[in-house]
Design a protein around this ligand. Structure first.
Ligand SMILES: Nc1ncnc2c1ncn2[C@@H]1O[C@H](COP(=O)(O)OP(=O)(O)OP(=O)(O)O)[C@@H](O)[C@H]1O
Ligand SMILES: [Mg+2]
Length: 224
């Protein structure tokens, strides 16, 4: 298995007025393709902060981040959007769909942003819709979809452009327990069938069933 993403001795300090918060404290970890990494820990332990740095949304205060052997932690805002588009798919607790666009249109919008050509967008969105088993609901607006279906749209969107790494922050927090399990299994299927590296932040005790590896964060440190 290859390392897709590597964090080396990452620290994140937030400055909140005069108060400094040490959110992540010297964390090192690697994500490998085909593997589901589960990040657990109490509220405030730094899970979202860690995931945001993994996805190059947030810059570490110190430490190094490598993707595909390329050091990205020193890059600036001019280069980072391309890195995010190329390597990452993001899934959030709150789905983040455009309410006036159907499931299919939500997916197509991201394909357009990722630079897909007009001629290929329809085929590509159809194939993503099939991947997440949403064919029957593809032309529904988010309002008319269940929570689990909305999360499937979000996962399809995250898979657009075939990124190496999928990062999901509490993807089942707004779902009932059965639907949550289906969503976790769908994420796992993607790791295995398409060789993605998947990281899931979750409080959900069911999540450990789909994980290959679990790390526990406590006060910004990985607990052994
Ligand atoms: N923008 C910010 N400015 C200052 N402090 C922040 C900021 N974002 C997060 N923090 C602090 O950093 C710590 C880690 O926050 P983080 O959101 O990563 O935790 P979490 O593990 O995701 O929590 P939860 O399970 O509640 O989502 C917390 O103490 C939080 O208050
Ligand atoms: Mg969080």
């Amino acid at each position: 298995m290859n390392n897709s993403l590597e964090l080396i001795n990452i620290t994140k300090r937030y400055l909140h007025g005069r108060i400094e918060v040490l959110a992540i404290d010297r964390v090192s970890l690697a994500m490998r393709s085909g593997e589901v990494l589960l990040i657990m820990g109490p509220s405030g332990s730094g899970k979202t902060t860690l995931l945001s740095m993994m996805g190059c949304i947030l810059k570490p205060t110190s430490g190094k981040i490598k993707i595909d052997e390329q050091v990205v932690s020193g890059m600036g805002e001019a280069e980072l959007p391309d890195i995010r588009k190329k390597y990452f798919g993001f899934v959030f607790q709150s789905f983040n769909l455009f309410p006036s666009l159907t499931a299919r249109e939500n997916i197509e919008l991201l394909l357009r942003l990722k630079g897909f050509r007009k001629e290929s967008i329809m085929d590509e969105s159809q194939s993503l819709i099939e991947k997440v088993e949403l064919s029957k609901r593809a032309d529904f607006l988010p309002h008319d979809l269940s929570g689990g279906e909305k999360q499937r749209v979000a996962i399809a969107r995250a898979l657009s452009g075939d990124p190496m790494i999928i990062l999901a922050d509490e993807p089942t927090a707004n779902l009932d327990s059965r639907t949550g399990k289906e969503i976790l299994l769908l994420l796992r299927k993607n790791a295995i069938e398409y060789g993605k590296a998947v990281a899931i932040v979750s409080h959900d005790p069911k999540a450990d069933a789909v994980a290959d590896r679990i790390i526990h964060l406590e006060d910004g440190r990985i607990k052994e």
